[in-house]
Design a protein around this ligand. Structure first.
Ligand SMILES: *Cc1c(COP(=O)(O)O)cnc(C)c1O
Length: 823
């Protein structure tokens, strides 16, 4: 599908500058994702701290000639071969274009909103309906003010059904998304506390979400949820309602019975007077609820009940995620073997391209046939080949008949093709991957799990899962509290508070934070070696490591005269001049720093008598910004800092950045942002003031190794500490104090979660394993145990131990593998 530039000009109401002939197939909002320059229209969006206009010259140099802008950049004014579409509001133009695009298609569109489960419901609906229909759906969680237009733009004349998610974080946003998605079928998954900060009540949030369904023919929701029921009736929709209920037999879809067993759940229901049942291979309540939403939609779309039952029984877990894992032989694996369509291939390749600044790594793509696209094969594989080429893939391993038939189209350094996954596995080719960055992307039918299983480095069964999207949500939460000009330093010390430094730093760098900070020089050097280019501050520089700092451009915190002298000496010896340093002032923490009262003049004078180093910033650290009790003290610290910083600045012509706020300071002292703030724990999801979780980033999980039935009066573990007072089922999990599970949590002082239920630690925690009581929990060997995560916040463990969440997060030992995903 392509549109002429003239049509677009008229749809978005732009003033056109330039007369270049153009037809547009791709729209782009992030310059890093460019792929097909000639047919791309770039929307120069302005965010609070980034401006798409900045990237126009670079995009032009890369062959993009069509731009929607608020103003034509100065340096582009003389370009005659470019179309500028000048509009008042670039985001609105993007949204209007998508809305107009949507209008062309008279097909059913499912719009999904709600606090949780949107992506699962979307993907399950896709699994249930895609065998019969050509479906376009939002890639991953493209559900925002920008993501929704980009998703809807993917609809074309082959589309028979659209499934789009809409996520909002403040009032007014749904009104914009509704005409873009224009759903005919609305699904409200549920309403919870996530993203609550911009809504005055849950009711407000629910009413706002329901605006999506203004023009729907039918609305699906949980009729047992009073809040939702009240809001729906207040909204005065004329649409038909399928409110399913487990309690009210009068409802159109009545859920009669839910029976869980070890392998799944059987659900009996009554719809239009008929009694039917189906089964899903899950037993948790969230999955059951999600399946009921899907059931309602499928019934409404008149999918035969036997077909529903057949497909429900095979619902695949939604791994809507790109997992990054350590592979054998030094490889890095990006696993995306759950769906395969063109859009998700594009996203995954883009993800790989951005991860591999490290040019030494060969980029290998293992790709199966792309099924279920409804597109003629020739055209499809031509596009795939173009994409593979433009995203810089070095080696392609293709699996399947279709991709093999198109082998000659692929222009890569190395390529191999196999008809089946078994053939690939038997070929020995996988053994030849060394230090590659490998993207594994296969349609479900190809069972690429076998490929990723083979390539994965097997270690411990205990993993720390890091949700990079949640990290970005937290970043944005705090950014929203900053003045537009305030710079942001992110603390990635202590392996990014335990989350693991590289992926976190890469993600932060992609989101254009101004500085990263680590504790010691080696941490900084490791980040540089991994390709991080953003400025890095070393908080506790060792005098022995100045050479490393010069070599890798790591800027030290200088907190006293002796270390300053060593630094100057080292710089002079290495012939370094004007190396940036950061001056720390002790305003009351009494940890490190120059005296604000005695040292400033002497410091200015000393700095004037040399040219090896130059003060880039001046800062101090607050001792009690998270507590109201210390407000007077904190204000005094800030005042002292401001005066000392002024004294230092007076000695220099160049601007010296000032910063004092940590996470709690950002939240509680908006007047003390100065030129920069230092965000730490908040990034990792913990609000240090309220102890609430913003968006949970880290989940520590493991797997049940063995379960024993043990009679009352026996004991469990060392020193016979775990006395059983009843006949019990005791599960053993492979995590112990050497993994960072504090031994004081043992003997019932805390619990983990098994299938959503609390399983207390029994007896003493051992070095590598521990035992938990699962007597009252329906579970089996191989089931997961969550040590902390979404439903068991680290704050609970911190409280049980009388410590702070920081200590829990940073205690997870290095032998626990970190697995990253974008949710
Ligand atoms: C760790 C640290 C921070 C971040 O503190 P949070 O409470 O995690 O936000 C800020 N500044 C300095 C100097 C630090 O050492």
């Amino acid at each position: 599908m392509s549109s002429s530039i003239e049509e677009i000009v008229s749809v978005v109401g732009a003033t056109r500058i330039g007369e270049r002939q153009a037809s547009i197939s791709w729209i782009l909002t992030d310059s890093r994702s460019l792929c097909f320059p000639e047919e791309t229209l770039f929307f120069a969006l302005k965010a609070k701290r980034n401006d798409g206009h900045k990237y126009i010259p670079e995009l032009y140099a890369r062959g993009v000639y069509n731009f929607v802008v608020a103003e034509v950049p100065e340096e582009m004014k003389n370009c005659t071969d470019v179309n500028f579409l000048v509009v008042g509001n670039v985001l609105k133009a993007l949204q209007r274009l998508a809305g107009k695009h949507r209008e062309q298609y008279q097909v059913p569109v499912i719009g999904i909103t709600g606090s949780n489960g949107k992506t699962v419901v979307k993907e399950w609906l896709y699994q249930l309906l895609s065998p019969d229909k050509r479906i376009i759906r939002s890639p991953r969680s493209y559900n925002s003010q920008i993501g929704v237009p980009l998703s809807v733009w993917m609809m074309d004349e082959h589309t028979e059904l659209g499934i789009f998610e809409a996520g909002i974080s403040e009032m007014g946003e749904m009104e914009t998304l509704e005409p873009i998605i224009r759903p005919t079928i609305g699904v409200l998954t549920n309403i919870g506390g996530a993203h609550q900060e911009n809504f005055s009540s849950l009711q407000d949030k629910c009413m706002e979400k329901l605006l999506l369904f203004k023009e729907c023919d039918v609305i699906v929701y949980n009729g047992d949820n009073e809040l939702i029921r009240d809001c729906v009736s207040k909204s005065l929709f004329t649409a038909r309602e399928i409110a399913w209920s487990m309690k009210d037999p009068e409802r159109p879809l009545f859920i009669e019975k839910i029976e869980k067993d070890a392998a799944g759940t059987t659900i009996k229901y009554r719809y239009l007077g008929f009694f039917k049942e189906f089964r899903i291979p899950y037993i948790d309540d969230a999955s059951i609820e999600n399946s009921l939403h899907c059931l309602a939609v499928a019934l409404y779309l008149m999918v035969p009940t036997e077909v529903i039952a057949e497909r429900m029984a095979h619902l695949e877990p939604v791994a809507m995620r790109l997992e990054v894992k350590e592979g054998k032989n030094g490889c890095v694996l990006i696993n995306d073997s759950y769906n395969s369509d063109f859009a998700s291939l594009d996203i995954a390749l883009d993800f790989m391209a951005r991860r591999s600044e490290d040019k030494a790594r060969r980029r290998t793509l293992i790709l199966s046939d792309i099924l279920e696209t409804g597109q003629p094969g020739k055209l499809l594989y031509r596009q795939v080949a173009e994409l593979v080429h433009s995203r810089g893939v070095d080696r392609l391993i293709g699996v399947g008949e279709e991709i093999s038939a198109s082998s000659s189209r692929f222009d890569v350094k190395e390529k191999q093709f196999f008809l089946t996954t078994e053939e690939l596995m038997a070929s020995g080719v996988l053994e030849t991957l060394r230090n590659d960055i490998v993207l594994i992307k296969g349609a479900r039918a190809f069972h690429f799990d076998a490929v990723s299983d083979f390539l994965e480095l097997k270690v411990h069964e205990t993993i720390l899962e890091i949700n990079l999207n949640a990290l970005v949500d937290n970043l944005n939460y705090y950014r929203n509290k900053l003045k537009p000009e305030t710079k942001l330093m992110c603390m990635v010390k202590a392996s990014a508070y335990g989350a693991g430094p590289f992926e976190v730093a890469k993600t932060l760098e992609e989101h254009r934070v101004d500085y990263l900070a680590v504790a010691v020089a080696d941490e900084g050097a490791d980040l540089r070696k991994a390709g991080i280019t953003c400025p890095i501050v070393i908080m506790n520089p060792e005098a022995t490591a100045f050479k490393t700092m010069f070599a890798y451009r790591l800027e030290p915190n200088i907190y006293g005269f002796p270390i300053l002298e060593e630094m100057i000496k080292a710089a002079e010896r290495e012939g370094v001049s004007n190396f940036p340093i950061h001056i720390k002032i002790d305003t009351g923490m009494h940890r490190l720093g120059f005296s604000p009262h005695q040292d400033m003049q002497r410091l200015v004078e000393r700095l004037h008598r040399q040219s090896a180093v130059i003060p880039r910033s001046v800062f101090s650290h607050l001792a009690g910004s998270d507590s109201e009790r210390f407000d007077a003290f904190t204000r005094k610290q800030i005042e002292t800092f401001e005066a000392a910083a002024a004294e230092l600045q007076a000695g220099f012509g160049v601007k010296i950045l000032r910063h004092v706020c940590n996470t709690a300071g950002i939240e509680r002292y908006p007047g003390a942002q100065f030129d920069m703030v230092r965000l730490g724990i908040g990034l990792y999801g913990i609000d240090p003031f309220t102890n609430h979780i913003l968006h949970n980033v880290s989940t520590l999980k493991t797997t049940i190794l063995q379960i024993h039935d043990i009679p009352a009066d026996e004991t469990v573990g060392y020193s016979r500490k775990g006395v059983l007072y009843r006949d019990s089922r005791i599960a053993t999990i492979p995590i112990g104090y050497a993994d960072g599970l504090n031994r004081h949590l043992g003997n019932g002082h805390a619990y983990c979660l098994v299938n959503g239920k609390k399983a207390p630690y029994v007896g003493n925690i051992c070095m590598d394993v521990c035992m938990i009581d699962v007597t009252d929990i329906d579970c089996k060997e191989g089931d997961k145990a969550i040590i902390f995560g979404d439903d068991l916040p680290v704050t609970v463990l911190a409280e049980a131990l009388g410590t702070i969440p920081y200590e829990i997060l940073t205690s997870v030992s290095n032998r626990v593998k970190r697995v990253y995903f974008q949710g």
